[in-house]
Design a protein around this ligand. Structure first.
Ligand code: G4P
Length: 529
């Protein structure tokens, strides 16, 4: 197959949801359709994301599992699909933000009884920044659910996007009768007999065929459905593929992942409506996926899969061209040519060495500690540098010091390496060294993970003093004398290790104060590099 065809058949997307909305269940059902797994219950690793601190230590032993579930590739109907799984636990949401940078579209799973939840809100914000297609799967229709019009209204109002229901639910919970496919004008019925079955056949039935509809879903549900479809056809957004592709219109699907209802129609429509690998921006201009020259960027680093060797696996999203196993590439930030060691591709529950991979694919390589999040690897002759992955604002801060001053070297190494992986962010007060490091995290669980890893992997015990700060802003002005800014006494000036100036605040009130009292001050809530 020629390069262009290989790339065009690729679909790379991330699934996001608030914990418990059904992301893992939906992923699993998609993999079943693709034949990538044989039985339900094979998608593991969710536990790492889901459980609290005490469990984490134990689960850390099984870290390999969460890696295999983090990227999954399978074939379906001629498409080559890469699903990027994202941890549901909010404490690891930074990992999720970065994963979104590697996706070309996003599937948002929403619990029909709960509607939009806090984590969905946060993740949507990041997705919207990228203007990529976003699909909505409203799940758990087999349970009591909120009114579907209300759910659409919430999506439109809160997210400021249009919605296009591809299908429409007929009742919910005990009265759930199935869905009506608006385009095909067919009904897919749901009943006890079908529960858990893999494939359902839609029954063609025109909305005006009262007799047949009554047989299928009963008179009561038929009346409701006819009224609702009339309303929907008259008032809802028109389908517009351009709007879907730029992320301003979300196709909405109703279903029940657990009972495998509505999953296959979702997959089929999704594959048609979503996009093949998208072009990406580099400092040298746009790189198109079908360019002959290979390029990729690092979006995830998973450390110490084998404690004895302190090894790390780095995940790269291929953005253009074809990757070949034995070829030499260039690592821009390391300023070195290299051969990627043991490149692997992950197929649901197994891993295999890859000889070639294409734009849209994700490869994992063993990393002796040379890569950082956002790094570029590219063709030796056609060097490009991707714009980097934004660093998102941490919300919890603590000062970390080593207990034993003889362990300073290991401490510095450990903290730096863990920060390089993107598991924590590190800052320091201007003009101070690495004795006292200010650590910023998105979720407090990351502090526990840091302490545990420093002890186990670097043999360093630390003292942690939590700080009262909750907000961080990067100073956007290039030439500014930070020391002379008029700030409240509980606002702190820190620097990241790239030398960028930041302010940390205890409240939004203090942020407003800084903006009001310092004309022209630019405060940004994520760093662009
Ligand atoms: P997550 O990855 O988004 O956190 O959600 P996950 O798939 O783990 O699903 C959370 C819970 O919701 C699970 O139940 C799962 O079985 C259930 N669930 C998912 N989809 C549906 C659905 O369509 N209908 C219904 N009724 N339930 C659904 P659990 O009891 O927490 O876990 P488990 O013991 O079933 O694994």
């Amino acid at each position: 197959m020629i390069l262009k065809d290989e790339i065009n058949r690729r679909r790379t997307f991330a699934i996001i949801s608030h914990p418990d909305a059904g992301k893992t269940t939906l992923t699993e059902k998609l993999l079943l359709y693709g034949g990538a797994i044989q039985t339900a219950g094979s998608v593991k690793g969710k536990a790492t994301a889901k459980h609290a601190v005490s469990d984490w230590m134990e689960l850390e032993k099984q870290r390999g599992i969460s890696i295999t579930s983090s990227v999954m590739q399978f074939e379906y109907d001629g498409y080559c699909i890469n699903i990027l799984d994202t941890p549901g636990h909010q404490d690891f949401s930074e990992d999720t933000y970065r994963t979104l940078m590697a996706a070309d579209s996003v599937v948002m799973v929403i619990d029909a009884a709960k509607g939009i939840e806090p984590q969905t809100r946060k993740l949507f914000k990041v997705t919207a920044m990228r203007h990529i297609p976003i699909f909505t799967f409203i799940n758990k229709l087999d349970r009591e659910a909120r009114d579907p019009f209300e759910l659409l209204d919430q999506l439109e109002k809160e997210f400021g996007i249009g919605t296009y229901p591809v299908n429409w639910p007929i009742g919910c919970g005990a009265d759930f009768k199935g869905v009506f496919d608006r385009d095909k004008r067919q009904i897919l019925t749901f009943n006890e007999f079908h529960r858990g079955q893999d494939r359902l056949s839609a029954i063609e039935c025109d909305i005006t065929d009262t007799k047949k509809l009554d047989e299928l879903i009963g008179e009561y549900s038929r009346r409701d459905l006819v009224d609702q479809i009339e309303l929907l056809d008259g008032a809802s957004f028109d389908f517009d593929i351009d709007k879907v592709q730029n992320g301003t219109l979300t196709p909405v699907f109703f279903g029940s992942a657990l009972t495998n209802f509505g999953v296959e129609p979702f997959l089929e429509n999704f594959l048609k409506m979503t996009t093949s690998p998208l072009a990406r921006n580099t400092k040298q201009g746009e790189v198109t996926p079908d360019s002959e020259s290979f390029s990729a960027f690092v979006f995830k680093i998973q450390a110490n899969m084998n404690k004895a060797h302190r090894d790390r696996m780095t995940f790269m999203r291929i953005c253009s061209g074809k990757f070949e196993r034995d070829k030499e590439y260039h690592h821009i930030q390391g300023k070195k040519n290299l051969r990627l060691s043991q490149p692997q591709q992950l197929m649901a529950d197994s891993r295999q060495i890859v000889n070639e991979a294409y734009a849209g694919d994700i490869i994992g390589v063993f990393d002796p500690g040379i890569f950082s999040i956002g790094d570029t690897v590219c063709d030796i002759k056609h060097k490009v540098e991707f714009e980097g992955i934004p660093t998102f604002a941490p919300e919890h801060f603590a000062v970390i010091e080593h207990k034993d001053s003889l362990k300073r070297k290991q401490f510095v190494k450990g903290v730096e390496q863990i920060a390089q992986e993107g598991a924590i962010q590190i800052f320091h007060e201007p003009n101070t060294g690495m004795e006292r490091v200010i650590v910023g995290v998105v979720g407090v669980l990351q502090f526990e993970v840091l302490e545990h890893r420093l002890k186990n992997e670097y043999n360093v015990e630390v003292i942690r003093s939590n700080m009262p700060y909750q907000f961080i802003r990067w100073i956007g002005n290039d030439d500014i004398d930070v020391a002379r800014l008029n700030l409240t006494s509980d606002t702190k000036w820190v620097q990241d290790f790239k030398g960028n100036n930041l302010l940390i605040f205890t409240s939004e009130w203090n942020i407003n104060w800084a903006l009001e009292k310092n004309e022209g001050l630019i405060l940004e809530d994520f760093s662009k590099n």
